[in-house]
Design a protein around this ligand. Structure first.
Ligand SMILES: Nc1ncnc2c1ncn2[C@@H]1O[C@H](COP(=O)(O)OP(=O)(O)OP(=O)(O)O)[C@@H](O)[C@H]1O
Ligand SMILES: [Mg+2]
Length: 262
């Protein structure tokens, strides 16, 4: 099986540059290499899809990029600056610059706080005055097509789709350089999935967002992403535009993935 060393995005300013990532988890006496020699870039305004079967290492990559776990080797650069060893103030700035939208929308919020406070939290911790944060929070609610009244609700008082819209507003609040969506629509029912995808598409176009979209769904990737990486057992085995990968899959695993969807 071929391992892709990196993906090229000719002539595009790079927001994220990931090189040679490796992560082995150790549990008792067992160890498992979840990510091996993974390299890729995300261009400014680009949406890169990351697909592959369950357990192939997709979320581990997201966790490394967002400092939720530490890799054994590799480098992650955001806007040209190495991020893996940032501490203190610069690490906090990284938490602002890279935002995640999770599979379970409730994961984005503290159950004891209203959605409005949850959306304002990041802005307040950056020192933004309450009145300004509030004003931006209401603008964000409008942007994700939620009524202003939602600001006063708690996460358990809204539907999954509404909560995911609020989670997207929360992710956009600090004006991040990169948004990572990790299976952001898979827990929602099909109609709501479609609405959230439509919203993400609109936001992408309007805000010029740079995105890493992690999902199982090749059809969604075809519809949404500029490029896609296919992972298999911790490695990137295929890369290209969604059409290239879907029409001319080079690896046996990708062919199986394409056949199962189309
Ligand atoms: N904290 C951990 N300790 C030990 N093993 C882990 C840990 N986190 C993940 N793993 C293992 O690492 C491998 C990759 O997991 P990861 O969550 O990155 O996969 P994934 O591609 O996101 O899967 P899914 O599509 O199901 O979300 C899996 O075998 C998983 O069991
Ligand atoms: Mg995952």
């Amino acid at each position: 099986m071929r391992s892709c060393a990196s993906t090229g995005i000719e002539g595009m300013e790079k927001i994220l540059e990931v090189k040679g990532l490796k992560k082995t988890y150790h549990r008792d006496k067992n160890s498992l290499t979840a990510v091996e020699d993974v390299s890729f870039d995300v261009g400014k305004g680009e949406c890169l899809g990351l697909v592959g079967e369950s357990g192939c290492g997709k979320s581990t990559i997201a966790k490394i990029i967002t400092h939720l776990t530490v890799p054994d080797a590799g480098s992650v650069r955001l806007g040209g600056q190495e991020t893996l060893f940032l501490k203190g103030k610069r690490e906090r700035a990284l938490y602002r610059d890279i935002q995640m939208v999770f599979q379970d929308p409730q994961d984005s919020f503290d159950p004891r706080c209203t959605l409005g406070d949850g959306i304002m939290e990041g802005m307040r911790s950056q020192g933004m005055k309450k009145a300004r944060a509030k004003e931006r929070m209401y603008r964000l609610l409008e942007m994700v097509e939620l009524d202003a009244e939602m600001a006063f609700r708690y996460p358990h008082e809204v539907s999954g789709g509404q909560c995911q819209r609020a989670a997207i507003a929360r992710a956009l609040a600090p004006d991040p350089q990169l948004v990572i969506c990790d299976e952001a629509t898979s827990a929602l029912d099909v109609t709501v999935q479609g609405q959230i995808i439509k919203l993400l598409k609109r936001l992408r176009a309007g805000q010029g967002l740079s995105m890493l979209l992690i999902c199982h769904d090749l059809a969604l990737v075809q519809d949404f992403c500029d490029r896609v990486l296919v992972m298999y057992k911790g490695r990137v085995v295929e890369e290209g535009t969604p059409d290239e990968v879907i029409r001319h899959p080079r690896e046996a695993y990708t062919r199986k993935l394409v056949d199962s969807v189309f």
